[in-house]
Design a binder for this molecule. Structure first.
Ligand code: FDA
Length: 394
């Protein structure tokens, strides 16, 4: 049987980072993955340009049942450290917005950097190798795979989350954790479009493609100010993906359609200064026409001249603009989700090394862990940071 110092299950962002780091330390490392090619999520991420980190990757941008858990790894291998690595390889990149760094040309360039690092370090990669079972031995672990048995001293689980099953996502990491007595928080789709109840779907389906810069105050999280996009199925766009991480089924979402601009003061001033102008015309100065037409259809006040509108109705219209409410039905699920919330309970892992506190030599890194970042490069940064942290000790 082949014996390795370290076996990493999963040739995604976290696994590739961890393997190279461990091999640079002189460890004999094998990365196994059941897919045909490594780093498939990297290739499709960020519209093919991979939003590979975020300059503001602070702990507050992560959801985790133990919010302190991410601090150590993010500090020891930060966004700056990853930028230093890609610059050393001459990657062309740019900051799109809000600290989000993207490849200038293609996500392939980033994956090539990781594979070059893997090659320099001497770590080996075995694709189409599915791990079916893992058991402990007197020296470490024995893996049953579709390519025969493997043995190692340290085992790193980097199998990712459940999103995008067609890209190789599997529940194996969670099952393995439970098999070894770890608690796993229930998983759900994150950074995912929201679907609407049938009546709302019919109300808004004519708006598919309309995008509005808005602010959403999440009930259980922070406020996000980005674009909301109407789709044929419901709501999407960056602000909705961010909100989806915090949204619970049954909850109503409150949207500030004017992005912090005080509608009550504005409409009051307009009633004085432009009394003959219809509300519809005024609203069209702030919102997309197609959306305003929908509002007009539903609110008779919108077609009246602002000066004619009784102040109570004007205030109601203003409230609607700053507090537009919509109750999603569900999410689009793992088919389109970018990440998986929940996962291996961090209270049973070392925040410094990612090692299991239950099974010495067993490590969990990347998305399989109960750590989920916001949209904008935070999830890859967690993969790099946690992979790096484990790579220093395995
Ligand atoms: P990852 O999923 O990358 O890798 C896990 C690997 O394990 C896979 O290669 C899989 O084949 C393998 N595996 C699973 N089970 C196995 C088994 N039983 N045996 C062998 N191998 C097994 N994030 C970000 O920061 N910026 C972005 O731009 C994007 N964009 C984006 C777009 C889309 C469409 C998606 C779906 C996701 C993103 N993300 C993102 C999220 C990001 O891709 C994700 O958080 C990281 O890839 C997680 O890295 P991991 O290495 O943990 O898992």
């Amino acid at each position: 049987m082949q014996h390795w110092d370290v076996i990493v299950i999963g040739a995604g962002a976290a696994g590739l980072m961890c393997a190279a780091q461990a091999a640079y330390r002189g460890r004999q490392v094998l990365v196994v993955d059941h897919g045909k090619k490594p780093g498939r999520k990297i290739l499709i991420s960020g519209g093919g340009r991979c939003n590979f980190t975020n300059l503001h990757a602070e702990p507050s941008a992560y959801l985790c049942h133990n919010p302190h858990f991410v601090k150590s790894a993010l500090k020891r291998f930060s966004a700056d450290d990853f930028v230093e690595l890609v610059e050393r390889h001459g990657l062309d990149y740019f900051e799109k917005t809000l600290g989000q760094l993207f490849c200038q040309d293609s996500a392939k360039d980033l994956l090539n950097i990781l594979l070059t690092e893997l090659q320099y370090s001497g770590a080996q990669l075995q694709m189409r190798c599915e791990v079916l079972d893992v058991s402990t031995t007197s020296v470490g672990f024995e893996l049953t795979t579709n390519q025969g048995p493997l043995e190692c001293d340290s085992l790193v689980v980097a199998t990712g989350g459940l999103s995008m099953p067609k890209l190789g996502a599997s529940p194996f990491g969670y099952q393995l954790a439970e098999h070894f007595g770890h608690h796993v928080y229930p998983t759900r789709a994150g950074l995912v479009p929201l679907t609407l109840h049938e009546h709302d779907k019919q109300r808004f389906e004519g708006l598919a493609g309309v995008s509005i810069p808005v602010q959403i105050h999440s009930t259980h999280g922070p406020s996000f100010t980005e674009s909301l996009l109407f789709t044929h199925r419901g709501l999407s766009g960056p602000v909705i993906l961010q909100t989806s991480n915090y949204w619970q089924p049954g909850e109503t979402i409150e949207v500030d359609l004017l992005n912090g601009f005080d509608a009550q003061q504005w409409l009051k001033a307009m009633a004085r200064e432009r009394a003959k102008v219809t509300c519809k015309t005024l609203l069209s100065e702030k919102l997309p026409k197609r959306f305003v037409e929908q509002l007009v259809e539903e609110h008779s006040a919108a077609s009246v001249a602002i000066g004619q509108l009784p102040s109570t109705q004007r205030d109601e219209l203003a409230y609607l603009l700053n507090h537009w409410q919509i109750k999603p039905n569900s999410t689009e699920g793992y088919r389109t989700a970018e990440v998986t919330l929940g996962g291996v309970d961090t209270n049973e892992l070392s925040s410094k090394t990612m090692e299991s506190q239950k099974v010495p030599g067993l490590y969990f890194i990347g998305e399989v862990v109960d750590v989920t970042g916001w949209l904008g490069g935070y999830n890859f940064q967690w993969a790099w940071s946690s992979g790096w942290a484990a790579g220093q000790v395995v």
